[in-house]
Design a protein around this ligand. Structure first.
Ligand code: C6P
Length: 389
């Protein structure tokens, strides 16, 4: 059988077998609707409560009412932006949202949609280091600003944004603050109280939970018009029958993510650094972003003279899964937008390869990847018309 090495964990992760085992009884044995009054329904209550405890402890929320289950982070992000639109902009109170140029489309495309409705949106540019500064946010806030929405860590570079400082600025300016923490959970500590966030989005499948379930943290007392109206589930905030097995799975995935946080920052980071160091030894290979400012599992590298897609093809032939950037942009052959924003020349921005590890990767897999990379670079450069010409 062909060897398979999965290094695309920022796109999605393997469900931890412990998570899968815990979910299993809620498909065919305990399948009641928790809103039903009979035993099939009521026996689910402690199970749901336990899962919520794990979720809110994972991000240091005050209580389970602060966490609302959604179908994914895309829904959570849409809900915050559109909810704030209905609460503060449609009403005529304010008319401005601040975000960055490098948000995931779940924020970026929603902001474009809101612009089409007349909302003013400021897209903060990232600096040469690939991040933004809290002072940029401070300078962009006006009396019209309803919401600041800035990701905790970038999905392509892994660079961490100064969320605590931005949270402080927003709180002082009395502006609502949302962070998309999809790529931060399970990789670095995430504390909603320390970061002064009002809203925080995440998706279970990025931290070894199932796909198709996520959550939105809403700080106690902050109103947000629902996106889904219906049967008044989740105290009327998000209607729809609760997805019990997936909630159980997301809760356990969150608990395990906290347990493995040290491992992630020691073992996974060491493997990532080993891979990075070996690739940096090759001429004209660059890594984007300071290692100390990145989540421990992510590397965005650039190999001069080789199109990212060509490199992916060689890696894929050898059974290694990587990407040229965000999975949802993998079918367009545009230059990597984050690299363009950092100021990389067009040619270099076409060479980006994202490698994202997880706690399931082994040293041996990394050694194999280094070997395959070296051979692929040699082969592809030898047939490249642009390299060394
Ligand atoms: N990023 C990537 O390859 P969903 O699909 O709703 O579970 O997650 C969306 C999402 C939102 N925010 C960030 C920062 C993300 O990274 C993602 C998913 C994947 O980078 C797939 S495009």
């Amino acid at each position: 059988m062909q060897r398979r090495v999965y290094l695309d964990n920022n796109a999605t992760t393997m469900v931890d077998p412990k998570v899968k085992d815990l979910m299993d009884p809620y498909f065919c044995d305990h399948y009641g609707n928790p809103n039903s009054l009979h035993k099939f329904g009521t026996e689910i209550h402690p199970v749901i409560s336990d899962a919520f405890n794990k979720l809110y402890e994972g991000i240091n929320a005050r209580n389970e009412d602060d966490i609302i289950i959604t179908s994914c982070a895309t829904e959570s992000n849409n809900w915050v932006l559109k909810g704030v639109y209905f609460d503060k902009i449609y009403t005529g109170e304010k008319n401005h949202i601040i975000t960055t140029e490098v948000e995931h489309p779940a924020v970026g495309a929603t902001c474009k949609f809101l612009e089409s409705l007349g909302v003013e949106v400021t897209y903060l540019p990232i600096n040469k280091d690939g991040t933004i500064s809290a002072s940029q946010v401070q300078a962009a806030i006006t009396p019209q600003t309803a919401l600041v929405s800035i990701m905790w860590a970038n999905n392509e570079t892994g660079l961490i944004f100064p969320i605590e400082e931005i949270g402080e600025i927003c709180r002082q300016a009395d502006v609502l603050f949302h962070t998309d923490a999809v790529q931060a959970i399970g990789k670095i500590p995430v504390d909603v109280v320390r970061a002064n966030v009002d809203f925080l989005s995440f998706s279970a499948h990025k931290f070894h939970g199932p796909k198709g379930i996520g959550a939105l943290y809403i700080r106690s007392g902050v109103p947000l018009t629902p996106l889904l109206h219906g049967g008044e589930h989740m105290r009327g905030r998000r209607s729809g029958t609760l997805n019990v097995p997936y909630i159980v799975g997301m809760g356990e995935a969150m608990a395990l993510a906290q347990e493995y946080l040290d491992y992630e920052n020691q073992v996974v980071m060491r493997l990532r650094n080993k891979l990075e160091d070996a690739l940096l030894d090759i001429e004209d290979v660059f890594v984007i972003g300071n290692r100390l400012q990145r989540v421990p599992n992510t590397t965005l590298i650039s190999v001069r003279g080789i199109e990212g897609e060509a490199m992916l093809w060689d890696l894929n032939k050898a059974g290694i899964a990587a990407s040229t950037g965000s999975a949802c942009a993998s079918e367009d052959l545009e230059a990597n937008p984050v690299m363009v924003a950092i100021g990389a020349d067009k040619e270099l921005a076409h060479t980006a390869i994202r490698l994202s590890l997880s706690r399931f990767n082994t040293e041996e897999e990394i050694d194999y990847t280094i070997e395959v990379f070296r051979k692929a670079i040699q082969r592809l450069r030898s047939i490249s018309s642009s390299y060394g010409a």
